[in-house]
Design a protein around this ligand. Structure first.
Ligand code: A2P
Length: 315
């Protein structure tokens, strides 16, 4: 498997198992299947509501000798209701307890958006904390503290625009290692990728397959399909592989990590095997022409009337 070496010399495996939307009762089995198939990178988050089951699966995998702790990469994310300085380390500790780990390989600020501590998902203006009430740099200082204390081996962010990265980097002591963002042929984020490359920040792409299993409330009418896209399907035919494998291989060709979600054993294996597919220059040109800045996860769910967050991607 391909790895990306971060500024701090940690090695991030290029393909990880996504666990967003993986249902309770399924996610643990998916983690075991993935580790057996060769995955060494599991992407988690407190808000996915399934870290305890992931933790049980990891414990089983270690006990059965499928993998050892030091051979795998586990990412998790700080939820929006724990941005206040006194909440960051306790939130991390809760994730570590749930995952039954004594350190994470990577901890990310999940969104550049803060909620009040007792709010799981803010839907009214008064349930948010403004950027003045919870400055992202104060949250980052606590991430740095976790890093220096060894609770996490690397720190980074998620859903950050170039502007938000720049603002953070000016005041950071330890620079972010990773920015995890939505990334696929319909949202290629070339400027962000260039900025991250220039600043040695690795991008991890989420929703690489279009996240068709999102809740209906998160979907727009007539969303374009990535898996059924004609250009992708034709390229898949040429390589005798599946559309999902083309979509995953595209990330590796651009130097980004990728975290396809599946709970199906065959698809988990198939997604991992994408690393064997070498897209040609002609394939890459065709895919490059597909960009339309289309977001499946458009962030408008944080834009409530009178609330403090608008246009979170700064577009
Ligand atoms: P399943 O979990 O049943 O395999 P994303 O990673 O963009 O969030 O997309 C996840 C969605 O894509 C899920 O509905 C998942 O279903 C589906 N999926 C994952 N791998 C594949 C694959 N190889 N082929 C088709 N669909 C896939």
């Amino acid at each position: 498997m391909k790895f990306y070496t971060l500024k701090n010399e940690q090695k991030l495996p290029a393909i990880g198992l996504g666990t967003w939307k993986s249902a309770p009762g399924e996610v643990g089995k998916a983690v075991i299947e993935a580790l057996k198939a060769g995955y060494r990178h599991i992407d988690c988050a407190a808000t996915y509501g399934n870290e305890a089951e992931v933790g049980e699966a990891l414990k089983t995998a270690f006990a059965q000798g499928i993998v050892e702790r030091q051979d795998i990469w586990v990412t998790s994310k700080l939820w929006n209701n724990a941005h206040e300085s006194d909440k960051v380390i306790p939130a991390l500790e809760k994730t570590l307890t749930d995952l039954q780990l004594n350190y994470l390989d990577l901890y990310l600020i999940h969104w550049p958006v803060a909620f009040k501590a007792d709010v799981n998902f803010a839907t009214k203006a008064n349930e948010f904390l403004t950027p003045n009430e919870a400055p992202i740099i104060d949250t980052w200082k606590k991430m740095e503290e976790a890093y220096e204390g060894g609770l996490v081996k690397s720190i980074g962010v998620s859903n950050f625009s170039i502007q938000k990265l720049k603002d953070l980097m000016v005041d950071a002591t330890h620079q972010p290692e990773v920015n995890q963002v939505e990334l696929h042929p319909l949202l290629q984020q070339n400027e962000l990728l260039e900025f991250c490359n220039n600043n040695s920040i690795i991008i991890t792409g989420y929703s690489p397959l279009g996240s068709g299993d999102r809740a209906t409330s998160m979907k727009k009418d007539n969303e374009p399909s990535l898996l059924n896209n004609k250009i992708i399907k034709d390229i898949a035919n040429d390589h005798n592989c599946t559309s999902a494998q083309v979509l995953i291989a595209w990330h590796l060709s651009r130097g980004t990590a990728v975290i396809p979600k599946s709970t199906n054993p065959q698809r988990i294996k198939q997604n991992y095997e994408s690393y064997e597919i070498e897209l040609t220059d002609s394939d890459l040109e065709k895919i490059a022409a597909m960009d339309k800045n289309y977001r499946y996860v458009d962030g408008t769910f944080f834009e409530v009337a009178g609330g403090p967050y608008k246009n979170i991607y700064d577009e």
